[in-house]
Design a protein around this ligand. Sequence first.
Ligand code: PMP
Length: 409
Amino acid sequence: TAHINTLDIKAIRNDFPILARMVNGKPLVYFDNAATSQKPQLVIDAIVHYYSYLNANIHRGVHSLSQEATDAYENARIKLQKHFNAAHSHEIIFTSGTTHGINMVANGFSSLLNKGDELIVSAMEHHSNIVPWQMLCERTGATLKVIPMNENGELVISEYEKILSEKTKLVFVNHISNALGTINPIKDIIRKAHAFGAAVLIDGAQAAPHIKADVQALDVDFYVVSAHKMCGPTGVGILYGKEAWLKKLPPYQGGGEMIAEVSFEKTTYADLPHKFEAGTPNICGGIVFGTAIDYINKLGMENIASYENQLLEYATKRLLEINGLKIYGTATNKTSVISFNIDGIHPYDIGSILDKLGIAVRTGHHCAQPIMDFYKIPGTVRASFSFYNTKEEIDYLVEGIIQAKNMLL
Ligand code: PMP
């Protein structure tokens, strides 16, 4: 039977003030959700509320306001623990975002790797899941191996099996590719790495708005996300790490909050999670990340995924009606990201014309140059959908592309 959509999209759109905006004299059509999501009024209000009534530094004050702010921050940590089903709330480390989380782990492994050790990355990673590891290899003498992808934008798991060995210490792969939308078989990737004693970090930045990852069921060692892709503010995210790993890794930064005792002879580190949270954190961001998680869970992740899948299916069908349009990333298992080009037209030119029509898409390499090299293209136009988008907006995109084509060809 047909899926009964339980989301009231019209009401949801009213939650997002920016969606009522005009851009270049046209109603905004926001299709750059893979870069960052828009924010509902309730999230915006929570930011104002925090600075209006709750602002104090946390974990240090004897006074009531500091205690209230600390409670709100720690409560957000528990919301995130529950959302990702972590065994302990101290396995949730607040970060400034996915990039920060990956760098924390890469830095921590500096003292655990030796020359000859191997790390495995995939061919479809965001630069933030490549460059920190290259820097780690430079520091340690470890080498980086790559899981290749095929024409459809899927990882070739049989090749992964060939490069895995006792030398492999770490594997890092995204859960969903921001450039192609591919959902990677991370459970299988994790299981295979563990068979060789290697740890696995999953970059969940692009997956977190669509799929609720259960870190215990996945048995993943590290999982990183950014709040800003999930209706939350910028400048905050989390690193989930298994307790045993977080205990083993040295801290990333030294400073206040992360110590037990300091003297000039010797300093001992604080327990988890504080060991990794030096300095005054993004207190408001952490609290409001919790508000955003509540909002998403109220809509229901499954409802969101199923509606977005309808949008993906519809947009794919409509876009393929356009002559000369090619979609990159045709994996059977994918989310609402469509990367495409039109024969003979530079992606930037299409993006610029769409912008004049009020349509926000991303053009370029999407911080994933190796993917563009694989397809031998300079970049793509990327339209990425969220649960507040509509089929009418997709129709308008298709009209816009046809208009751009007529102007440019
Ligand atoms: N990985 C993936 C798959 C992403 O989509 C992004 C954001 N585009 C990042 C990592 C980096 O996230 P942030 O910029 O929030 O640190």
